[in-house]
Design a protein around this ligand. Structure first.
Ligand SMILES: Nc1ncnc2c1ncn2[C@@H]1O[C@H](COP(=O)(O)OP(=O)(O)OP(=O)(O)O)[C@@H](O)[C@H]1O
Length: 353
């Protein structure tokens, strides 16, 4: 549906050229929700704005629904952009127009007759849950309601693609959840392809099918959200995920030396990830029964969901005879989970965990 090939973007600035994008290749399939995550200044806004040519790439091709956007005239672009709706962090509503008129705005720009506008705007008001607010002004609405107007306006020209530029960054967590649910709902109901840019992994985890991590104008890593979450490769991806999972060790294990070799009196720490059905599996109970010589201590545990797939993370500490510890690790490797050896760590204190 959207294909970005070797996209580069260099801005001219008083202090010299700024290379915001340095050769981006991305393919976004029809009907999927694709997340792009990165730190401030990574190039997210530039990238999403290249999709509808609000920014012209310095080099590369942007193909949307089979059409090469980079070779179009302004007139052709105006037509092609009707296929691509966009919502923004600060909503960008007309403050002097009612909710109805804000949603009608793009239709009036394209000279749609008023009767037809009404036929389109009323169902959109229903869809976004604002049927009773048609005659209110943006100043009378909450942030979440303003974004609902933004979404309805973006959908007015019946686009095939919806671009969301930090659409929930100005909203509180509960409102964020309701807007994300609405985006998911319209993705399903209208078979819309959705591109979400964000600096929050929670947003990616809640609604995206695939994710690309952007760092300094290049794609650091991409894949399905499940793949990237359960097997992150790059430090930046691990940082984004660890913020979300907050899988910190108990204080007694933090900050000490982590050794790859056994240390006398140390615990071997393992990070376990359970995906799907195995999230409910009593693997640990089985291991403890099979290896009574080792002692297993749970240091962190968390059960969550990626879209509708259960996803559990755990950190355990194992002590006991080294040979039995290694056998227990082999046992875990045969189970339906991912295990990662963190290393041998000594406790700082003598209090129980
Ligand atoms: N109009 C511009 N002129 C010059 N430099 C720009 C311009 N717009 C963006 N940049 C620079 O391009 C780089 C990428 O910016 P961009 O806004 O795309 O990043 P971002 O990931 O969206 O960041 P944020 O989350 O802070 O919005 C930054 O170094 C930024 O300073």
């Amino acid at each position: 549906m959207i294909q970005l090939s070797h996209i580069e973007k260099t801005y001219d600035s008083p202090s010299g050229p700024v290379k915001a994008l340095k050769g981006i290749d991305l393919t976004i399939e029809r009907g999927e929700i694709f997340g792009i995550i990165g730190l401030s200044g990574a190039g997210k806004s530039t990238l999403i704005r290249c999709i509808n040519m609000l920014e012209r790439p310095t080099a590369g091709k942007v193909i949307v629904d089979g059409q090469d956007m980079t070779v179009m005239s302004e007139k052709e672009l105006r037509k092609a952009r009707k296929n691509i709706g966009m919502i923004f962090q600060h909503f960008n509503l007309l403050s002097s127009a009612t909710v109805y008129d804000n949603i009608a705005f793009p239709l009036r720009l394209s000279h749609t007759p008023e009767a037809e506008i009404k036929k389109k705007v009323l169902p959109l008001l229903e869809l976004v849950g604002l049927a009773d607010k048609a005659h209110q002004y943006p100043s009378q609405l909450s942030g979440g309601q303003k974004q609902r107007v933004g979404i309805a306006r973006a959908l007015a020209s019946e686009p095939k693609v919806l671009l969301c530029d930090e659409a929930t960054s100005a909203l509180d967590p509960q409102t964020t959840r309701s807007i994300l649910e609405l985006i998911q709902d319209i993705n399903r109901k209208l078979s819309l392809t959705v591109v979400v840019i964000t600096h929050e992994m929670q947003v990616i985890k809640d609604i995206c099918d695939k994710v690309a991590v952007i760092e300094n104008g290049v794609i650091a890593e991409q894949g399905t959200v499940l793949e990237v979450f359960t097997n992150p490769q790059k430090p930046i991806t691990k940082d984004f995920i660890s913020v979300l999972l907050s899988n910190e060790l108990p204080a007694a294990f933090r900050g000490g030396e982590v050794s790859k070799e056994p240390l006398p009196g140390a615990y071997l720490l393992l990070r376990l990830t359970f995906i799907g059905e195995s999230a409910d599996d009593p693997v640990l109970a089985g291991m403890i029964r099979k290896f009574p010589e080792i002692e297993v201590t749970m240091l962190f545990g968390n059960l969550d969901q990626i879209k509708s797939t259960p996803f559990g993370r755990m950190i355990i500490g194992i002590t006991g005879p080294e040979a039995k510890i290694q056998e227990a690790i082999q046992y875990l490797r045969q189970q339906d989970l991912k295990e990662e050896v963190i290393g041998y760590v000594r406790r700082h204190d003598t209090a129980s965990v």
